[in-house]
Design a protein around this ligand. Structure first.
Ligand code: MV4
Length: 448
């Protein structure tokens, strides 16, 4: 096992990884920007290294600084968390070539799944259902129109290098296609320095359901059930839960085995997530694969009892998974609310000093945060300040527990999304489980 790990991240996920290391008897190295000198991940790590000025590009994305920090502290491995360098295949390659273990999949797997058009083909070859669409990227407007006509409108044009919604255009009919196609290409080029786009049939009111998988280096790959992530706004997830109300045991097994087959076909290792879209008939289609630990991993941990970050570290060290498929049982129900420091009307970040901070507690309540009273939220990074996660026997009980915990959560000095979460949890449609990615449009017309 590793003796020392460097955590190339900040905030709650850095803290989450430090906690796993401590329980495994592994020493930790935090890296931080000058803006984060007083943050908890620095305080709780055994050692810390300042890697640059506030801007992410100069610090948390600064590869030479991070590699140097690992070298001078003798860290044997780097955990990238999520965001920043987590899905950067050249960073993974540089780690491995300097003899530092990247805690994640191989650079080849990251590259293969990072190209969403290629990932679609890979999944299809592995036997996964995909929506009618183009075979790979489409460059010519004239052939794009023909493909769209053949698929049938509505269609969606997506950036091959995308994922978060950038470089994406929904096209309802042929008259607006040519313009939207060029717009998607232009936006893709501006955002990713890559104009490649592909086309898919557009599902009008899909659910976003994803399967967590975990793979070791001995070829063991297991699925840990699904997460329902349909409650989102502007391509940011707001609430995630496990299990999904519409996934029963048979479907879970089917989707799980499908996810494992896709992972196996790219010789995947470490933690990964296969995202599916589900239409109103309950048919599911491969959408993308995320080659990292995700923000919402705790809901899977709550219903399986498995520490996913510890497993990531184990398998990166060459050890086998500590469990097999038949050990996985989904127990109870878990919900996560992402609490952001943002203006509830304008959705703009609300940086500043947290003047009072009282996280909730009690049975079945878990809070993942790096915030504290007098903590100053820097304006340079994303606005998530806490994940509130609950676990209970049933979905109804989990909803009641979440409402109780949200009402107990005191955060003063900055505006937060707590009131929005309370509204969603009080919503009869949410409570009935009748949700889709269009859910938030009822509250907010600009949610698209
Ligand atoms: C889709 C889709 C419907 N049909 N693909 C959103 C994020 C990115 N990962 C893919 N996304 C979607 N892909 C097909 N074939 C619906 C979404 C989607 C969405 C699309 C446009 C505007 C807002 C959206 C919100 C959630 C999901």
């Amino acid at each position: 096992m590793f003796k020392k790990i460097l955590i190339a991240n900040r905030g709650e996920i850095a803290l989450r990884i430090i906690r796993a290391c401590k329980e495994m008897g592994i020493k930790t190295v935090a890296v931080h920007s000058t803006a984060d000198a007083n943050s908890l991940h620095v305080r709780f790590a055994d050692e810390s290294v300042c890697i640059g000025p506030p801007k992410s590009a100069d610090s948390y994305l600064n590869v030479p600084s991070i590699i140097s920090a690992a070298e001078i502290t003798d860290a044997e491995a780097i955990h990238p968390g999520y965001g920043f360098l987590a899905e950067n295949s050249s960073f993974a390659e540089i780690c491995n070539s300097t003899g530092i273990r990247f805690i994640g999949p191989s650079p080849e797997s990251i590259k293969q799944m990072g190209d969403k058009a290629r990932a679609r083909e890979t999944a299809q070859k592995a036997g996964a259902p995909v929506l009618p669409g183009s075979n790979g990227v489409v460059t010519e407007e004239s052939s794009a129109i023909e493909i769209a006509r053949e698929i049938g409108f509505p269609v969606i044009v997506k950036a091959a290098a995308g994922g978060g919604g950038k470089g994406m255009r929904v096209v309802m009919d042929e008259s607006s296609f040519a313009n939207a196609f060029v717009m998607a290409q232009t936006e893709a080029l501006a955002s990713f320095s890559n104009a490649d786009v592909y086309i898919e049939k557009y599902v009008l009111q899909p659910r976003h359901i994803e399967i967590q998988i975990m793979a070791d280096e001995k070829g063991n790959i297991v699925y840990l059930g699904e997460r329902e992530c349909s409650i989102q706004r502007r391509h940011q997830k707001l609430i995630e839960e496990a299990p999904s109300v519409i996934v029963g045991e048979d479907l879970r097994k089917q989707m799980g085995e499908m996810a494992v087959a896709i992972a196996r076909s790219v010789k995947y290792r470490n933690a990964g997530t296969i995202e599916f879209l589900m239409d109103e008939q309950g048919k599911y289609y491969f959408m993308e694969m995320n080659t990292r630990i995700q923000v919402e991993h705790p809901v899977t941990e709550m219903v399986t009892g498995i520490d996913l970050v510890k497993e990531q570290i184990r398998v990166a060290a060459g050890l086998p998974l500590s469990f097999t498929q038949k050990d996985i049982r989904i127990k109870g129900h878990s919900i996560e609310c992402r609490i952001n420091a943002e203006d509830p009307e304008k959705f703009t970040p609300s940086p500043g000093t947290i003047t009072a901070f009282n996280p909730p507690g009690g049975l079945g309540v878990r809070v993942e945060t790096a915030a504290y009273t007098q903590y100053v939220i820097p304006p340079y990074y994303d606005s998530m300040i806490a994940k509130l996660v609950v676990h209970a026997e049933t979905r109804d009980d989990a909803i009641m527990r979440m409402r109780r915990a949200l009402n107990e959560f005191i955060i003063e000095g900055v505006k937060t999304t707590i009131p929005m979460h309370i509204k969603i949890l009080d919503d009869a449609q949410f409570q009935s489980g009748d949700i889709s990615t269009k859910f938030m449009e009822r509250y907010d017309n600009s949610a698209k």
